[in-house]
Write a protein that binds this ligand. Structure first.
Ligand SMILES: C[S@@+](CC[C@H](N)C(=O)[O-])C[C@H]1O[C@@H](n2cnc3c(N)ncnc32)[C@H](O)[C@@H]1O
Ligand code: SF4
Length: 459
């Protein structure tokens, strides 16, 4: 699989990633906790009815040089304990405001490295959630784990605490690559870790990989992905390494170690894509892959895939997201709200029984329409103005007005066979169109017409 060179030249330009609409750099500073309280109360009357809980753990016991996550180095258990108690307090504060009839469909622990916490601390939070909330029948309860810090007993206890989806950060199987980014390899083969998880019923495994690191090349990355296919995870992500040394200073060292050229990086992506699609994985968006039989692949076929900051989800597991912990972003139907970034300050504010909202955004109806259209194209590779108009109880004309729709803006995508448009109202991405999904989504974003902000490139 090769992406045509002329299309790369033409479309590999800076565009938003659209993990949210509007993107997080539009969130406003003057959005305080009072607005958040009102937003939670309002969310009780809004769709989706289900609740997603996101728990952020901002700690790692060793720092990878490539890391772009919101985390810090610590091995201090007392500090972790104070943080965990604050998270529990925040959960109780939110619970008081929520409609008790609403059920949890998804819990996601991210970070940092949630499995740096002693198991009792994780269990403490999970027990509190189970005591306070009702769950839907088959909720997804996921945790991001560093595999070098998992042993069989700890992994089993995570399952007993309720986790049924494990996301393991592999990054690369090559020791040389890991050594040069200051990352420990797992102590046992990843296959064995997966067998511990799969020895329990109804558990699933995701693996994360990154391409674009020093000492990676097309051949080495292809071998890594071939190894991954052999292990047969349910889902897999190949992240393009985001190099932002002006924000993450530690990344500068990777320039000295030698970052691969843009062309080499692209060939790594192409090889990974080819291997995965030839081995029974469905591509989801640009960089996610799920076994053809996985719920996500089925949801894509049925055009009911959704997405939040934590990744893709099906209609069953989609909920409004209530986030806990430093930097956590709540994603309610009408509001985004982000918590204080520094863990110490977060603990201090929560201990005064106050929310710690640092930034937020209230969406009006027009922005909700734009968000819906962008999400449809990003998740389901398809959007229909007729269906969108029905959903928002309005006319197709109004949808076009809101989007500042002008068919001319899509002409080059149609000519380059990246997009099919049927009767000015049904948009379907082609196979190659997927690689430029962010560029196509951007055409539906009226903000981009007056854009001045800084984004990463499309590929
Ligand atoms: C919170 S970490 C996963 C859990 C655990 N901390 C670990 O590293 O195994 C989330 C994922 O983000 C990805 N990631 C981190 N920094 C990145 C960067 N600069 N560019 C692209 N992906 C990155 C990695 O693949 C990582 O697995
Ligand atoms: S990649 Fe994971 S383990 Fe490494 S520093 Fe970032 S969050 Fe921590």
């Amino acid at each position: 699989m090769k992406i045509p060179e002329n299309l790369i030249q033409k479309y590999n330009i800076p565009v938003p990633r659209y993990t949210s609409y509007p993107p997080a750099n539009y969130f406003q500073e003057n959005f305080g906790s009072e607005k958040y309280i009102k937003a939670i109360e309002q969310s009780n009357h809004e769709w989706p009815e289900n609740i997603s809980l996101y728990i952020h753990i901002p700690f790692c016991s060793k720092m990878c040089h490539f890391c772009g996550c919101n985390t810090q180095y610590t091995r201090d258990k007392a500090k972790m304990g104070r943080y965990v108690e604050a998270v529990k307090k925040e959960i109780k504060m939110v619970k008081k405001l929520l409609d008790p009839n609403r059920k949890v469909s998804q819990v996601h622990w991210g970070g940092g490295t949630p499995n740096t916490l002693p198991i009792e601390m994780i269990r403490g939070i999970m027990d509190l959630i189970h005591e306070n909330f009702e769950f839907i029948e088959k909720p997804e309860i996921a945790i991001e784990c560093h595999p070098a810090m998992l042993d069989e007993s700890y992994t089993g206890q995570l399952v007993l605490a309720g986790f049924n989806r494990f996301s393991l950060g592999i990054q690369d199987f090559k020791q040389e690559v890991l050594d040069n980014v200051n990352r420990d390899a797992p102590n046992v083969p990843v296959k064995e870790i997966i067998s511990w998880i799969r020895s329990f019923e109804n558990t699933a495994v995701n693996l994360d990989f990154i391409y674009g690191l020093p000492f990676q090349n097309e051949k080495s990355f292809a071998e890594t992905i071939e190894n991954a296919v052999e292990i047969s995870p349910d889902r897999l992500v190949t992240f393009s390494y985001a190099h932002v040394p002006w924000i993450k200073k530690a990344q500068k060292i990777l320039e000295v170690r030698g970052l691969p050229e843009a062309n080499e990086k692209l060939t790594m992506f192409e090889s990974g894509f080819k291997i995965l699609t030839e081995n029974g994985y469905t591509p989801i968006g640009l960089d996610h892959f799920a076994k053809d039989t996985d719920d996500l692949s089925i949801a894509l076929k049925n055009r009911n895939l959704h997405r939040n900051f934590q990744g893709y989800c099906t209609r069953e597991t989609t909920g409004q997201v209530y986030a806990f912990g430093s930097t956590g972003i709540s994603q309610l139907e009408s509001v985004y709200a982000q918590n204080e970034k520094k863990p110490e300050k977060y603990v201090e504010i929560i201990n005064k029984n106050q929310f710690t909202i640092e930034k937020g955004y209230h969406l009006n109806i027009e922005e909700k329409i734009i968000r819906h259209v962008i999400n449809e194209i990003m998740c389901n590779e398809y959007v229909s103005f007729k269906e969108t108009a029905e959903k928002f109880n309005t006319s197709k004309k109004e949808i076009k007005n809101v989007l500042h729709f002008d068919k001319k803006m899509f002409r080059s995508f149609v000519e380059d066979q990246l997009l099919k448009i049927d009767g000015e109202e049904n948009f379907q991405l082609t196979g190659t169109g997927r690689f430029f999904i962010r560029n196509i989504a951007a055409q539906f974003d009226p903000n981009l017409q007056k854009e001045t902000k800084r984004f990463s490139k499309a590929l």
